[in-house]
Write a protein that binds this ligand. Structure first.
Ligand code: CP3
Length: 346
């Protein structure tokens, strides 16, 4: 099937479909026993990301099991700082750990010269996935947005208060802008290379957009993501892009009123009626079932999913969660959700 005919691409082009396409953030992950088995074979998490054969395998596992309408490349947003020369590792039970950037000198030490060389396993994975994917399934490539990636680079890992990155961004914006500009350039090149390797749709994850004040959201989330998408579009005008400025509240209006993207991914806090009246007429929406409802399952899950379908399902819409699947999720609940969405008719 041609890319343009796949359900995900048609939804992102603004078409109203008989039923929305469904894929789930973190659909490949620890909730699946087959993922845990492959992960144990690979060793460290980054070794799995950089092993094309095993990364292809874990990307395809949820497609085989559930028949999602799209696959997402198995990788991580933190391969970009790694490819820029920063030391990145994942510690069991603790998550990502980076040698934090502390000053302008540390920004100067980041370099593009080995960037694509260090990411070539990711590009090989994309080729492997395309070869193994059912004809009707779309392949999504992705990257982290500059603000979210920079937060890991400066905080040295996950953060609760974003104190270090905010004191840099708010206190020395010109210096911080240099890091953002580097990430815009690197991310645009990375996404272009993903498209050239076979990605058909892109998603930019700004998981920590909601930590910013409104002026900060426009400068450090909206603007850098727009700069990336503008750059990608110069080389690949037809590839649809989904943007996920998670938990930005009424800030979603800024993205919908001056859209540079085709799809806007909503976190679970966004009211459905508000999304319908204020956002959906302007672009395709994606979301936004609470991942904990997928852990709960049963009527609670079905009722919430049906409410989403009844409010937004006439489209343009893509069914997803408001954030990634959590490891405690029973796989049967995922199967029940996919059946419900794929059996729904507008
Ligand atoms: O199936 C998919 O969605 C594709 C793969 C994917 C992963 N990470 C795999 C992963 C994607 C799209 C990401 C994006 C990502 N990575 C984000 C943005 C989305 C979000 O969740 O907000 C962020 C912030 C990261 C950084 C990251 N990676 C953290 C904070 C952690 C530790 C937390 C955790 O869940 O363990 C990771 C690890 C990670 N990335 C895992 C997976 C499957 C779990 C690692 C393991 O197998 O032990």
């Amino acid at each position: 099937m041609k890319t343009a005919d796949k359900l995900l691409v048609r939804a992102l082009r603004g078409e109203t479909l008989k039923r929305p396409p469904i894929w789930l953030m973190r659909q490949a992950g620890r909730y699946l026993p087959e993922y845990r088995a492959t992960r144990a074979k690979a060793g460290a998490f980054l070794d799995l990301c950089f092993n094309p054969e095993l990364a292809t395998e874990v990307t395809l596992q949820p497609i085989r099991r559930f028949g999602f309408d799209a696959a997402i490349l198995f990788s991580d947003i933190l391969v970009v700082p790694h490819a820029l020369g920063q030391n990145v590792r994942f510690e069991e039970g603790r998550g990502p750990v980076l040698d934090p950037l502390v000053d302008d000198e540390a920004i100067n030490r980041l370099a593009m010269d080995q960037f694509h060389q260090r990411l070539k396993a990711v590009y090989a994975t994309i080729g492997g996935i395309r070869a193994g994917l059912p004809a009707e399934t779309a392949l999504i490539g992705f990257a982290g947005a500059p603000w979210t990636v920079a937060s890991y680079m400066i905080e040295g890992g996950s953060s609760r208060d974003f104190a270090k990155i905010k004191s840099w961004a708010y206190g020395r914006p010109d210096s911080f802008q240099r890091l953002i500009n580097l990430l815009v350039e690197a991310t645009a090149q990375y996404l272009n290379a993903q498209i050239e390797a076979g990605a058909e749709v892109l998603q930019l994850f700004d998981s920590w957009a909601g930590s910013l004040d409104h002026a900060g959201l426009l400068r450090w989330s909206y603007q850098p993501m727009k700069a990336i998408v503008d750059r990608v579009r110069m080389s690949h005008p037809d590839v649809p892009v989904i943007v996920f400025p998670r938990a930005c509240g009424a800030g979603y209006l800024d993205f919908a009123r001056q859209p540079f993207m085709h799809g806007l991914s909503l976190d679970s806090g966004v009211p459905l009626d508000w999304a319908f009246t204020q956002l959906q007429g302007r672009l395709a929406l994606q979301g936004n079932l609470d991942p904990q409802l997928l852990v709960t399952g049963g009527d609670a899950m079905r009722n919430a999913a049906t409410r989403i379908l009844e409010t937004l399902g006439r489209g343009p819409f893509i069914f997803n969660l408001g954030h990634g699947i959590v490891p405690e999720t029973p796989p049967e609940h995922v199967g029940a959700l996919v059946d419900l969405v794929q059996g729904w008719q507008s």
